[in-house]
Write a protein that binds this ligand. Sequence first.
Ligand code: GLA
Length: 449
Amino acid sequence: MSVKNNGATRFFLFLMLLLSAGLLASCDDDDDPSTSSGQADDDDAVDDDASDDDAVGDDDTIGDDDTIGDDDTIDDDTADDDIADDDTTDDDTADDDAADDDTGDDDTDTCLKPNADCTLAETAAEAGFFVGAALPGSTDPGLTVVPTHFNSVTAENAMKWGSLCPLLEQCDYAEADALMDFAAANNLRVRGHALVWGKIPGHGHPGDLETLVNQAPDPYTFLQQAIDDHVRTTVSRYAGRVESWDVVNEPLAAIGSGFEGNIFYRTMGPDYIDTAFLAAHEADPNARLFLNEYFMAYEGPKIEAFLALLEELVDRGVPIDGAGIQGHVYVTEPEMSRLSDFLVAINDLGLDVELTELDMAKNALWDDMLAGRELFDAQADAYDIFATACLSAPACTGLTTWGIDDSHTWLDNVLPFEWFAPNLPLLLDTELEPKPAYFTIRERIAEFN
Ligand code: GLA
């Protein structure tokens, strides 16, 4: 991508990224009532917990002596067994039926020819690839065009633990059920998101979880049981309908090579990850299970830590099938060249990978940095980098954009992105029409298949 870059703008961008990373921990969509309390992130140490010393990114470098959960290995079911099996999903997924869909032409592979007159969903389906959208809610107007353009969906918020259960003992699955019904009615593959997430009490996890854990006589056992109950309940409820789950979201610190010091890590250390994956696997042995994480660069300590963590999980038999790589980036994001290597490195561990949360925000300096280029064209180039990296990796099974269309994006409601609203970061414009990035991804899928 040719963008103008100088030291000052890159420094500004870096500050913005750091700021946004911090704010992601404490803010969320305005339209999510569960977060309106504006609760701060759970950075506060648990006073009575011996692992208080595990401050974010300090001595918990992943990949050295942090092995845990030896007792919990599943002997006969390593991640390798399940990877990219054709039969990991039931008969109703978009993948299985892909080629049968109404492409309007009897020829096979019609959509994989250059400049074919096909939608992105048709092209992706023919290629056996998933192109998804995160669904803001079951009544969002954008839902009407989702089956036309996408063959995969994710609940943007509705299936997070704190959305399902604002309080630990107060759960309501109605909105998640409605989204799953929409997906089933339209034969859309579902990525479940996210069973365990340490950020944003009342949204990422129940608002009272931390208090209950801290009050428990045995916090470790209490939390382990709570995770186990929640994961089993949710995964079994949607078994056969959710093809893959983000089992744990964002376990790592924003920067550095350590775990995030959230309530789960402070109480259980990395064991919480094992607990969640084991429960999910037992609740639905056919679902592909992912560890989902965000990155502000595709090389450096956090990348190394993530790969080391994946390797440890695989080595000790945790039933993990893949890694989800988020992609909340700026259109003018400077360097993406390492992304491809990173995806391949994940595949080299015997794991699938998906790009799980793509959006390409503009930023304060976009006019300057794009040097007069049209935003949507520059955005198409940025999406191209991600699509190409995924399609050229050995086992990158899909990409998902974090929203349907530019009229609804979390970025417009969260600082610092909110300052530059409308951010217009998605594949469909506010009129639900495809943007240049949409066609770029479609062409790239055809080219690689
Ligand atoms: C993270 C989460 C998503 C979403 C975004 C932005 O990336 O994984 O579910 O909440 O933050 O809000």
